[in-house]
Write a protein that binds this ligand. Structure first.
Ligand code: GLN
Length: 279
C-alpha cells in the first residue's frame, strides 16, 4: 500500500522511540527527507504527499538500519561539520563536533600552507580552506578509501583546486614543509573498545579510532617527524583524548614547541593541544 509522507514519518518516529532512540522524530524526518530526496525543511508542507511503495520500503529498511545501531549520518551519507556538509561512508570516521575545536584554534592565526594528517573525510583541512581562500593544503591518509571520500568532499565544498591528496603513512610520502600541521589521530586505548557506543564500535573504522594499548602510538609516530615538516614559527595542532593533555603537552615540549596551549571542547573536556616552533 502507498502511504502519505506524514504516516511514514509517524511510523519511523514510533519505531525509533520504541527502541529508545531519544530524538526519533528528528531522525525519522531526516531519513524521510533522504529517501524522498527533499530538503528536511520542506517535509513540513509535504505531509499529504503520497510516497511510492518502493520508497516506502526503502524508508522502512533505513529505519531498521538505525534501529540496529547505524548512525544517522552513515545512513543518509552526510554529516554537518563547521557549517559545511561532508559525505561519509563506512570507510571514514564520522566528523565530530569536538573536532571543530581544531579548526577554530587553527583560525586564530595566519598561515599559507596546511597539512592534515589522517584526513578521513577531509573535514578539518576543507573547513580551513573554505575559511581562508588564499591557503593551499595537503591531505594525507593511510587509507586510499578515505582519500577518495576526502576528494569528493573537497570538490563539493569547492576547494579541490587548492588541496593535494597523498597516500601516506603519516609523513612517509610527504616532502615539503608547512606553516601549519593539523591532525585528529586515532587516540582511543584498545581496552576502551567495550566502553564505546555501538554506533562508534560497529560503524567507525577501527583504524581511525585506536591508538594502540595506551592510545598514544599515533602521537609517538607523528612527533618523531612533525618538527622537520614545519617552517620556522610553524604550528602543530592536534586533537586529544580528554585524559591525554599532560602527556601530549610533554611531546610538544620535548620536540621544541613553545606557547603550548590546551583548549577545551564544549563539554569542557581538554580536547586540543597546540604549539609552535620558534621563528
Ligand atoms: N581528520 C578526520 C576527522 O577529524 C579523520 C580522523 C580520524 O580518522 N581519526 O574527522
Amino acid at each position: 500500500m502507498e502511504e502519505t509522507c506524514y504516516n511514514l514519518f509517524i511510523f519511523g518516529r514510533e519505531r525509533l522511540k520504541e527502541v529508545g532512540i531519544s530524538n526519533g522524530a528528528r531522525e525519522s524526518k531526516k531519513i524521510l527527507a533522504f529517501v524522498t530526496n527533499h530538503e528536511y525543511s520542506t517535509l513540513n508542507w509535504m505531509q499529504e504527499f503520497i510516497i511510492s511503495k518502493e520508497l516506502k520500503f526503502k524508508f522502512i529498511d533505513l529505519i531498521e538500519q538505525r534501529v540496529s545501531g547505524a548512525p544517522i549520518s552513515k545512513i543518509i551519507g552526510k554529516r554537518l561539520f563547521f557549517n559545511s556538509e561532508f559525505f561519509v561512508n563506512e570507510n571514514v570516521l564520522d566528523p565530530r563536533p569536538e573536532t571543530e575545536v581544531v579548526v577554530s584554534v587553527a583560525l586564530e592565526k595566519n598561515f599559507s600552507t596546511v597539512l592534515d594528517l589522517g584526513t578521513g573525510t577531509g573535514c578539518i583541512v576543507i573547513s580551513l580552506l573554505k575559511e581562508r581562500p588564499d591557503v593551499v593544503g595537503v591531505s594525507v591518509d593511510i587509507s586510499k578509501e578515505c582519500l577518495n571520500v576526502a576528494k569528493i568532499n573537497a570538490e563539493t565544498n569547492g576547494v579541490l583546486d587548492r588541496v593535494k591528496f597523498i597516500h601516506s603513512d603519516w609523513f612517509s610520502n610527504v616532502n615539503t614543509k608547512f606553516d601549519l600541521i593539523v591532525s585528529n589521530p586515532p587516540y582511543i586505548r584498545l581496552s576502551e573498545l567495550n566502553d564505546l557506543s555501538r554506533e562508534v564500535k560497529n560503524f567507525d573504522p577501527k583504524v581511525a579510532l585506536f591508538g594502540g594499548r595506551d592510545g598514544l602510538n599515533c602521537y609517538e609516530a607523528i612527533f618523531n617527524d612533525v618538527s622537520r615538516f614545519l617552517n620556522p614559527g610553524g604550528r602543530f595542532i592536534t586533537e586529544i583524548g580528554y585524559t591525554q593533555s599532560s602527556i601530549v603537552k610533554k611531546f610538544f615540549l620535548n620536540n621544541g614547541f613553545i606557547d603550548i596551549k590546551v583548549t577545551k571542547d564544549l563539554d569542557l573536556n581538554n580536547r586540543v593541544v597546540s604549539g609552535h616552533l620558534p621563528l
